[in-house]
Design a protein around this ligand. Structure first.
Ligand code: EPU
Length: 332
């Protein structure tokens, strides 16, 4: 029997030795416990929208399909949303805004599942998940039971969390609990402010969601139509000295981020001349050069090879090491 294909929005071909879905936290816990007891490698995958898969995933590959979007009123303003890991992120956004509950509008149209959202602390247009997340419920594979981690315990950073480092093998997210209705609509990003202007709309939760959707549709390739995983590189966080050195080479914006300065990787990739460049079926997206697309038939290895060419060139020209944003999984 041919081994099953692993779903992924980059649309590269990847086969799993054993692909399973889990409709409940218990089912998921059992599958993982059995694989762990056998000593099999395991991979948990959501909708595959932030991974680059190599040709084969050995051992067990499990996709949580835990459903549910449950709203609970906390007081006059605040609502708790408990969402199952297997729900589509955009459904959580739509369900909350549809009830007139604000908070997720800037995170409109981010591809992927609810369970994947905390792993990379999804963020866009001035908001990130960490700002609304209360806690996550996880399968704790060390203690073989469900556990709850507070937002603090998730150690969220820019596109990063505990689920990418010391918790990567230990915890599998089954529910995410958000507190919504607190934050004001945020139209601070120039792209969003401009879009609201052209819509003739004031900044409210619904209008910001609409503006974000318009900007994203214009700049980013729709993964339902063309293979991609959104931003392929993180925006580098530089020290003041590194920023000074870079500014001697290229004119670049910088945003204060803690003790560092975040600069747009898109600018460096663009200035290095990669916008629209193509290697086989892989292309640097002309309208947002942080995104690599697969026009059809590229392998994970080919996509990674092109990313490496971009990284090497940016490092040579500007002395900045770009980090990959999606996780790389599997073997060739
Ligand atoms: N730029 C160029 N050339 C271009 C496009 C952009 O030089 O062709 C420069 C411009 O200076 C522009 C800057 O890049 O002002 C920033 O571009 P943009 O506002 O589109 O955002 P980004 O920094 O490239 C980040 C996230 C996106 C998120 C947007 C909006 C990362 C790695 N990416 O991109 O997230 O949607 O901000 O907040 O942080 C994703 O993670 O998959 C993703 C799409």
């Amino acid at each position: 029997m041919k081994s099953p294909a692993v779903p992924n929005t980059l649309r590269v071909s990847c086969r799993a030795d054993d692909f399973r879905t889990a409709g409940s936290a218990n089912e998921l816990g059992d599958l993982l416990a059995k694989a762990d007891a056998r000593g099999d490698p395991t991979t948990v995958i959501g909708q595959g929208s932030n991974v680059v898969l190599r040709a084969r995933l050995p051992g067990l590959v499990v996709q949580p399909r835990i459903r549910g979007l449950v709203f609970e009123r906390l007081d006059e303003r605040r609502w708790r949303l408990v969402a199952g890991a297997g729900e589509t992120w955009q459904e959580a956004v739509r369900a909350s805004l549809g009830r007139g509950i604000g908070g997720l509008e800037n995170l409109t149209l981010i591809p992927g599942s609810v369970g994947a959202a905390p792993v990379q602390n999804i963020g866009a247009y001035g908001r990130e998940l960490a700002q609304v997340l209360e806690s996550v419920t996880v399968v704790d594979r060390e203690r073989h039971r469900l556990a709850t981690l507070s937002a603090n315990e998730c150690a969220f950073r820019y596109r990063d969390s505990r689920f990418k480092d010391d918790g990567a093998q230990r915890y599998v997210i089954v529910y995410v609990s958000l507190v919504l209705g607190v934050l004001c609509a945020n139209a601070s990003y120039p792209d969003i402010r401009r879009e609201l202007g052209s819509m003739g709309a004031a900044a409210g939760h619904g209008s910001v969601a609409e503006a974000v959707a318009r900007v994203r549709r214009r700049k980013l390739p729709d993964p339902r139509r063309i293979g991609n995983v959104g931003s392929f590189f993180k925006n580098p966080r530089l020290t003041a000295a590194q920023l000074d050195a870079l500014r001697g080479l290229v004119d670049v914006d910088a945003y204060v981020d803690g003790d560092r300065f975040k600069v747009p990787a898109a600018r460096l990739v663009d200035r290095a001349g990669w916008k629209g460049a193509r290697q086989g079926a892989v292309q640097v997206w002309p309208r947002q050069p942080l995104v690599l697309v697969n026009h059809g038939g590229a392998s994970g290895r080919e996509v990674l090879a092109m990313a490496q060419c971009v990284r090497d060139d940016v490092a040579a020209k500007y002395g900045v090491q770009l980090e990959l944003e999606p996780a790389v999984k599997g073997v060739d």
